[in-house]
Structure formats: C-alpha cells, structure tokens
Design a protein around this ligand. Structure first.
Ligand SMILES: [Cu+2]
Length: 125
C-alpha cells in the first residue's frame, strides 16, 4: 500500500514537471512581440520619440508613409548631430530584429531628425 502511493506520487510529480515545462515554454514564446516605434500612429513628424527598450526576441517596427520619411540606422554621434549617414530603409513598413545592444535610428528626410524624428533603442537579452 505504501509503495503504491509512493509510485503514484512520483507519477504526479513527473506530470506536474512536464506541465510546468509546457507552461514555461508557452509563456516565453507568447512574450515575443512586434514593437511599433511611435505607438499605433507610427514613425511620423510631430510624434514623440525618445528611448525605447525591447527584448532581443522582439522586433522593431517602423511604420510610415514611404514618400515622406525613411529610417536610417546611425552611430550615437550621428544620432546627436542628426547626420543621416548609414543604412537606410524606405519601405514604409520596416520590421527590424536586433541583438542585445543600443541602436540609433533617425529620419534622413529634410530636417525631420532635428524636429524630433529620432529614437534610441536599447535591446536586452
Ligand atoms: Cu521624416
């Protein structure tokens, strides 16, 4: 009798462990998300951008009218001085995956960066 209940106890513990692993897996994957820069209104002039923090599994999304703006990845010095020298994206819907680190993006059109179209993104593990 005692050995029977002990065996049953082990079975339950194993079942619980498997269930726990499944839940952890689902929670971990559900947390990955697409983060729109500037919220739902997007990468636009007049919108407020400052610092953004995301996880490495997340993706950054720049959504904007392609005829009006672009997205240039720049160094921190060029971010400060609004020097749009770097890799430029212009699709209007740029989804970017980044590894851990700090990244700087500005709009390279006209004086948009000086008017506030710039964002610093910190990506954590
Ligand atoms: Cu712009």
């Amino acid at each position: 009798m005692a050995s029977f209940s002990a065996r049953q106890g082990n079975g339950n513990a194993l079942r619980l462990a498997v269930l726990l692993l499944c839940v952890m897996f689902i929670v971990d994957h559900a947390a990955a998300k697409v983060v729109p820069v500037g919220g739902s209104s997007g990468w636009l002039l007049g919108n407020k951008f400052s610092k953004l923090s995301i996880k490495a599994k997340d993706q950054l999304l720049f959504k904007y009218p392609a005829e009006a703006h672009n997205v240039v990845q720049v160094s921190s010095a060029d971010y400060k001085s609004c020097n749009a020298k770097g890799q430029t994206k212009r699709s209007g819907y740029d989804q970017i995956a980044l590894g851990p680190g700090t990244y700087y993006f500005i709009c390279g059109v006209s004086d948009h960066c000086k008017k506030g179209m710039k964002v610093a993104v910190t990506v954590s593990k």
